[in-house]
Write a protein that binds this ligand. Structure first.
Ligand SMILES: [Zn+2]
Length: 254
């Protein structure tokens, strides 16, 4: 049956004019992609083209982005939705890339109702129904497989925000159990917080102990970068994330 969506997609892919050299350079800079098989590579590339067509990836404060830089954002950004589809990134339009860590200056109310002015240096943030904002040096550091990946972190927040504010509870697939997800993540989060409080050295970013939304984003980084660590430390969480990021059968066929 003829489908407008498929036709439009084919047209975008046909007209895409990203030089082969830029693809090679971007893939070389991302050792994370070495784990993908040929079919997954092809799918990721297709998603990256469609992503760049749909979203504006823009440098700010004078940063000029090359094809390679935009591809590095798109390829990493599309990893979490490799088996889900680009629809999972609906409702927002842009990725803003700063040349360095950026400063936020905001009012924040504490528990006693006192408003403070909070100034922070950030490597990235995701706005509800708004852009993803990242610092280029942190995006570029994806060349090391160490369980940290800024783009995956911020894009995991975007998936989490599909059903409202980020809270570590993205919309689950049919067949996944809401109670199981909740129980597994709650237990692991409490355990992780205790370990961090005790001063344990874990190969997982302690930032995950700040709130459930950060725990989900940080463990998503670990799931894609160093899955063996997650399997070892929190195997139940690994199983839940695997069911979420890699449902069987895949939800899409690009
Ligand atoms: Zn975060």
């Amino acid at each position: 049956m003829w489908s407008y969506k498929a036709w439009r997609r084919r047209r975008i892919l046909k007209r895409a004019s990203i030089p082969e050299q830029a693809w090679d350079n971007a893939c070389e800079a991302l050792p994370l992609l070495a784990n993908l098989n040929g079919e997954e590579h092809k799918r990721l590339r297709t998603l990256a083209i469609l992503f760049l067509h749909e979203k504006a990836v823009e440098g700010v404060q004078g940063l000029m982005l090359t094809d390679r830089m935009r591809l590095m954002v798109a390829l990493q950004g599309c990893l979490p939705i490799l088996h889900l589809g680009l629809e999972w990134y609906s409702g927002w339009k842009s990725v803003l890339v700063y040349p360095y860590r950026f400063v936020t200056d905001r009012q924040q109310m504490d528990e006693s109702g006192v408003v403070h002015r909070v100034r922070r240096h950030l490597s990235g943030e995701s706005w509800l129904r708004g852009p993803v904002v990242v610092s280029w040096p942190d995006v570029a550091s994806a060349g090391v497989i160490d369980g940290h990946n800024l783009i995956i972190h911020e894009f995991a927040h975007k998936l989490d925000m599909l059903n409202g504010r980020a809270n570590g509870f993205p919309p689950l697939h049919r067949g996944m159990n809401v109670q199981t997800w909740s129980k597994v993540f709650t237990l692991a989060y409490e355990d992780f917080r205790q370990r961090i409080d005790r001063g344990d050295h874990l190969p997982i970013d302690p930032y995950g102990a700040t709130e459930p939304a950060e725990f989900f984003a940080v463990l998503s980084e670990v799931y894609f970068e160093t899955p063996q660590v997650l399997q070892q430390k929190y195997s139940d969480v690994y199983d839940q994330l695997h069911a979420f990021y890699c449902p069987v059968p895949p939800l899409i066929k690009p």
